[in-house]
Design a protein. Sequence first.
Lengths: 307, 247
Amino acid sequence: MPTPSRAGLAAALLLTTAAGAQTIALNFPGSTVTTQNNGPGTCNNNLIVAWTSTGLTSANTCNSLQVWVTNSTSCSDSPGTSGSDGGTDVIIGTFSLATQTSGATPAVALSTIPGLVGVDCANAIVDVKNAICSSVQLRSTVGGTCSVIQATPSLIVRYDTQPPDPPSVGLTPQDSKIIVALTATGSQASDILTFNVDYARMFDDGGVDPFTTITNINSNSGSGRLTINNLVNENTYLVRGYALDEVGNISQPSAIQSAIPEASDGFWATYKKDGGEEMGGCNAAGAAVPSAIALVAALVALFRRRR
Amino acid sequence: MRRAVLTGILLAAGAASAQQTNVQTAPPPPPAPRNGLLVELKMGTLIPRISDEPGLTGDPYGEVFHNSSMLYGGGEIDYLAWRGYGAIGVGFSVGYTEKYAPATVVSTGAPSSEKTALILFPLRLSVLYRWDVSWSRYHVPLVPYFKLALLSTPWRSTKGGDTEVFIDNAGNRLEGKGLKWGYGFTVGVAFILDVLSDRMAKDLTNDTGIRHSYIFAEFNDDHSDDFGKVGLNLSARWFTFGLGFEF
C-alpha cells in the first residue's frame, strides 16, 4: 500500500475510533457546583472557568475551542458576538487543541459579563443569570464536514442583588411559646435558603420591647418553622419575618403579626389539678432500661437454674 | 416346571424383603421436645383505670382523652422449661402504647393547638402454664393457658412533644414521668393453626424450625399501682390478640 494511503487510513481509523468519545466538560475551579452565585460585594470578583476535553485533538477538529459567557441561560453553537442574539456574548478563552486538552480561562471581572456592563453593579438591583458555554468544530471523518460539539452541562454564573419578597408569616400561640410558620413568596421563592424572625413583647400601654432576632432558620422547599420559647403567657407578642436568598439578599420585613401565648393543661397537669398524688420525676425512659435489664436478668437466671 | 416354581418363590421372597425394607426406612415420629420457645406478636386496646386512684376529684383520663382507648402493640418471648401434662415456662414481654389529644386552654377550656399524650412502655415477666396436651394428646386445636406476671411500666406524659411539667402550689417542678410496678394475671386460649393444613405445618417445621403456629386471644387483669400505693393508677383490664410461633 502506498504510504499516503496508509497515512490516510490511519487518520481515518483514528477519527473513527475517537468518534464516540469526544466531550468537553466545564467546571468552576475547585468546585462541583454548576451555578456560581454572586451577590452584593462580589461585583469585582473574577470569573475563572476550567475546561477539559476528551477525544479532541487538532487532527479531528476544525477550529480552536472557545469558552464564552452568554447573555442568556442557554448556549448556542458559537458565541454570539455580532449576530442574532444581540452580540453581547463575551468570549473569555480560546484554546488550541494542538497544544492542550484542558486548561482554564483567564480571570475576567464579573462586572464585564453580559448584563453588568455599564451598570454600577455594586449598587444596582439586578439579577443576571448567564450561561457559560464552550464548543469546538469536530470533523468526524477525513475530509468530512465539521459539526459542533458543545460542553455539557453548561455552567451558570449569576449575579444577584435583587432582594426576595418578604415571606408570609403564620403564628400559632401555645403555652409559653409561639409557633412561627414562614413561607417564601414571589418570583424568587425558590431561591430562599433561610429566614430571620424578629419578635418583641407589646405592653398594654402600647409600648414594645426591643425586637429580638432569630437568624438562620432553614427553608425547606420555601417553608420554614420556628418555635419561640419562654414567652410570658397572656401577653401580646409581635412577630415579623425576613427571607434571605442564595447570596444573602434579605427581603423587606413582612407585615407584623401578633399572637398571645396561653397556658394550657396537658394530661399531667389535669391529673395533678384533679388531686392526683403521683409526684412523677423518675426518668421514665431511663427507668425502662434498668427495669428491662432486671427482668431479663431474672429470666436468664431462671433458665440457667433449670439447666 | 420346578425352575418356574423356584423363580416364583424367589420373587415373592424378594418382594417381601423389599416391603420389610420400606417399613424399616420410614422415619419414626420425632419425640416431643422437653423444652420450647414461643415468640408472640400481639396488639390490643386498653384504658388505664386512672380514676380508680383514691382521692381524685375528677377523671383526668376521661377529661383529656374522653375515655378513648390506647392502642397497644408488643411482643413476647416465652421459654417452656418443663413439659409434662401441659407446659410450664417463663416469659418476657415488651410493649408500647400511647394516646394523644389536644391540651386544654386554661382560660377558656377550649382545645389547644398543642397536643398532650400519655405514653406507656409496659414490661412484664411472666410465669405461665399451657395446657397443650389438648393438642399434642387429644388433637383439639385449642390450648388454654394462664400467666402470672410481674409488671413494670415506665410512663410519660407529654405536652407539645416535651415531658409535661406541673408547678405545684409550693413552686415544685413535678415532671410527668415515672415508673409503676405491679402484678397481673392473664388467661387466654390459642388456636393451633397446624390443624388447618398438616402439610403446610410440616413444611413450616422443616423450612424454618417453627414447630407450631397459632393465633391467640387473652384477657389481662393488670394491677399497675405500685402494689396498692396511692398514686397514678395504670391498672387495666383488657384484651390482647396476636400471632405466635413455637420453636
